[in-house]
Ligand binder design. Structure first.
Ligand code: PLP
Length: 374
């Protein structure tokens, strides 16, 4: 048993009570609790929320609606989880992988050379809970007539110059995967700037069916949709988590401060740059081992895991995975992502992890780094 797993969701009596209530109600398949969750999220984001079965389903539906019939190219950072790019393909588009800047986000500089007449939009991912450089990205999209989709799975809540991440683009997606700031096992949500697209997404997530309110048994399949509805059990847990978000965010932020202090005197490490502590989502705590190779970094993670401390990796860039090789353009290079890939690892950062455990982890890291660099 690992002493410190990479993640463990925080549950309180609220999650337990909501889940039990949902269990005792006669409709389990996405009813009252999904509506309550949507209303809570809509209030937070100021846009209609469409709750779905995963962050991947959210990306798929959002991209299906943004791309429409026409397909086309979508620029995606190579520094992200596979779903950000795979769903472009599943929605009928072509992902174009872009290198990232020093904060591991897409920037105007890294994506501009990749624009073609076929480019339809860009997906920005707010890595680790830190907002991407939204001003330049929004401006570029406006200039070039492109839509912007925010993969906001890490950034709940996070802000760019006071504005909530997830409210900049034509659409934004969340995940309620077990490791995410709002955890429900699985689940996701989409926010559209255009209320009409939100209505279409609501219909597509339930097989494209429309039910006349006066005769709901007489449904009509108006479009070929999907079964992307979230169950009421998951919605009940997600709602409790969403209502506790500021409490769990505070705990993650505090733990980040503990790590910052405990690791400050390790010259071989540098911490992932955060512009403003109060504006970060504090979803991941990435650390760079400066000058390390992929092999050295992996040895460090392996040794720490053997001691009971589950470090992890976010990410191996997409262009280095077999399935994405066909999407790399001839001669294309990704120097920033490849440098980061060799040096980076993530520390556990979850609300109920105690500062004592975090100190023990930092001490073990200090010892292992000393052994590996001897
Ligand atoms: C950046 C990013 N995008 C998309 C996803 C997909 O979300 P889900 O696992 O809910 O399908 C994840 C989650 O793992 C993620 O980290």
């Amino acid at each position: 048993m690992l002493e410190v797993p990479f993640h463990c969701p925080s549950i309180s009596s609220r999650e337990e009570a909501y889940l039990l209530q949902a269990l005792r109600e006669c409709y389990w398949g996405g009813g009252r609790w999904v509506e309550r969750l949507e209303s809570h999220l809509s209030h937070l984001y100021g846009r209609p929320a469409v709750v779905v079965s995963s962050g991947t389903a959210a990306l798929h539906l959002a991209l299906t609606l943004l791309l429409g019939e026409g397909g086309g190219e979508v620029i995606v950072p190579t520094w992200t989880f596979t779903a950000t790019a795979s769903e472009v393909v599943h929605a009928g588009g072509v992902p174009v992988l872009a290198d990232v800047g020093a904060s591991l986000h897409l920037t105007a500089e890294t994506l501009e050379p990749l624009l073609t007449p076929r480019t339809r939009g860009i997906i920005v991912m707010h890595y680790a809970g830190e907002a991407a450089p939204m001003e330049e990205l929004v401006e570029l999209c406006q200039q070039k007539g492109l839509w912007l989709l925010e993969d906001t799975c890490h950034a709940v809540p996070a802000y760019y110059r006071g504005q909530l991440c997830g409210t900049f683009g034509a659409a934004a997606t969340l995940s309620f995967h077990a490791t995410k700031p709002i955890a429900a096992g699985q689940g996701g949500a989409i926010f559209f700037a255009d209320a009409l697209l939100a209505e279409q997404a609501q219909q597509l997530r339930q097989h494209g069916i429309r039910r006349p309110p006066e005769a709901p048994w007489l449904y009509e399949v108006e479009a070929l949709g999907y079964n992307y509805m979230l169950s009421d059990f998951q919605a009940a847990v997600a709602l409790a988590q969403a209502e506790r978000l500021s409490e769990t965010w505070q705990a993650r932020r505090h733990l980040a401060e503990v790590y910052q202090e405990a690791l400050a005197d390790l010259p071989s490490l540098s911490l992932y740059p955060v512009r403003e502590a109060a504006a970060s989502g504090w979803h991941l705590f990435p650390v760079f081992w400066r000058g390390a190779s992929v092999g050295q970094r992996d040895a460090l993670i392996r040794r720490m895991r053997a001691r009971g401390f589950a470090l992890s990796l976010h990410y191996k860039p997409l262009h280095l995975h077999a399935a994405y090789r066909p999407y790399v353009r001839p001669g294309q290079t990704f120097p920033q992502a490849e440098r980061a890939y060799a040096e980076i690892f993530s520390l556990p950062l979850w609300p109920d992890l105690t500062p004592t455990k975090a100190h023990q982890l930092a001490e073990a890291l200090r010892q292992e780094l000393a052994t590996l660099t001897r």
